[in-house]
Design a protein around this ligand. Structure first.
Ligand code: SF4
Length: 432
């Protein structure tokens, strides 16, 4: 009888890409892959440690799983496993804690130790180029994630990722192309390049631009999207490619984190405000309609009201379409967690500042969307729901149209007509 296994992913796109790959390694002869609500015998949770919510979310999921099936065996894998190690074994039903170095081998680890004593496997993460053992087919989504890089050498003061994910390393160039061809042939016409610090990609002298150039010639691959990319790592040639509107989506998510030089310096970021502004303006001019987004951390230790105001004013002025707002929280391995308590910003104050930024982001998103009304833009359709087909433009605008035809996974021109709660309503421009 096959074992029912479910997968659950917390955190970033890279985690999603990796879960898709781990899932492929659980063969159909031994396992039946089910939704986590369908009372699985086994549950693989790919964890996250970026914010304190990551920890709380893991605990909440475990409690929920135990209500669904009190006997469920849980494997916690990935970032939280890597940094918290044995501590996680104290959680109920947790049988395996496996860090990032070996999480891809989960199927094998379970096969070798199906019911024995709980196991913790968190070896040091090696710094060398890597390959990925399976193709990350994703039958639930049109877009697929393509992992090209892992780890980071930047050691920003607030961040635990270099400890959870190890040092920067790149996926072998040919291995990326192999997976991209398979995914595109299987109908994933848009691929999202993921990693921790993808701008530092380097495999034997080949850079991110070389990856993009090679991917542009993959048959049936219509769109390539870059996920979050660090400022200071984006070559001008990437922006030039975007401006050419070939396959590279006009979309850039560049984490600013703070608009105050004093805070950027304390965070040990690699740029100052002026450098960031110059780059963003260069990108905005080179690719006029590009969707530019960012991350910002609110309440970093020492962020006074005046320093926060610098961030607010900068975000107000810069040509961002949106921002993701994160509340600062101490992470065990991050340097900032050892800063003097007197510098810490009270939680209520962090919540108040975050709300102001979220409201600003909503207003900016509205303005960004509105400029497209009346345009005809290609939309890659993903799903049919509530009487509408929905998909996204290359600039990541969510678009809904009515159509009697099955247009899933088709790239079709749409006339954008009006906005309804941040979703663009349009009509197929090729309707007859
Ligand atoms: S660049 Fe900084 S914030 Fe980003 S993963 Fe590296 S250390 Fe963390």
């Amino acid at each position: 009888m096959s074992i029912k296994v479910a997968f659950y992913t917390f955190g970033c796109r890279l985690n999603q890409a990796e879960t898709a790959i781990i899932q492929q390694s659980f063969g159909e002869s031994d396992y039946q892959i089910v939704d986590y609500r369908q009372s699985p015998d086994l549950m693989i949770v790919n964890t996250c440690t970026v914010t304190e919510n990551g920890d709380a979310d893991t605990r909440r999921l475990i409690n929920k799983m135990r209500r669904i099936n009190p006997e469920v065996k849980i494997a916690l894998v990935g970032c939280q496993a890597q940094v918290q190690k044995e501590r996680l074994l104290e959680l109920p039903n947790v049988q395996w804690v496996v860090g990032n170095e070996r999480k891809m081998e989960m199927a094998q680890i379970i096969a070798e130790n199906p019911a024995a004593a709980p196991q913790v496997i968190t070896p040091t993460i090696r710094k060398k180029s890597f390959t990925v053992p399976f193709i990350g087919f994703d039958d639930k989504h049109t877009r697929a994630n393509l992992k090209i890089q892992d780890g980071c050498d930047f050691f920003c003061a607030f961040c635990e990722i270099p400890y959870a994910r190890g040092r920067a390393r790149s996926r072998e160039f040919d291995d990326i192309l192999h997976e991209a061809r398979q995914l595109a042939a299987a109908g994933h016409h848009e691929l999202v390049l993921t990693g921790i610090n993808i701008g530092t990609y380097n495999d034997q002298g080949r850079s991110l631009v070389d990856v993009l150039t090679a991917l542009e010639s993959v048959d049936q691959l219509w769109r390539i999207r870059i996920s979050s990319i660090e400022p200071t790592t984006i070559a001008a040639s990437v922006i030039e490619k975007m401006a050419r509107k070939n396959k590279l989506c006009r979309y850039l998510h560049i984490p600013l984190q703070s608009g105050s030089d004093a805070i950027l310096q304390a965070m040990q970021r690699k740029y100052d405000v002026q450098e960031f502004v110059d780059f963003l303006n260069f990108a905005a001019q080179a690719v006029p309609d590009a969707c530019l987004g960012t991350d910002v951390i609110v309440g970093y230790p020492g962020e006074s009201e005046a320093l926060f105001e610098e961030t607010y004013q900068l975000l107000l002025e810069l040509p961002f379409a949106y921002f993701h707002v994160f509340s600062y929280s101490d992470r065990d391995h991050a340097k900032s967690s050892r800063l003097d308590d007197a510098l810490k910003v009270p939680k209520a104050e962090i919540a108040r500042r975050s709300l102001r930024l979220r409201e600003l982001s909503n207003r900016k998103r509205q303005v960004y969307h509105q400029q497209f009304i009346g345009n005809v833009e290609p939309v890659l359709f993903e799903q049919h729901k509530g009487g509408y087909w929905s998909g996204v433009t290359d600039t990541y605008i969510r678009v809904k149209v009515r159509s009697e035809r099955d247009i899933r996974n088709q790239l079709l021109p749409v006339r954008l007509e009006r906005l309804e709660q941040q979703v663009m309503i349009g009509s197929l421009a090729d309707s007859h």
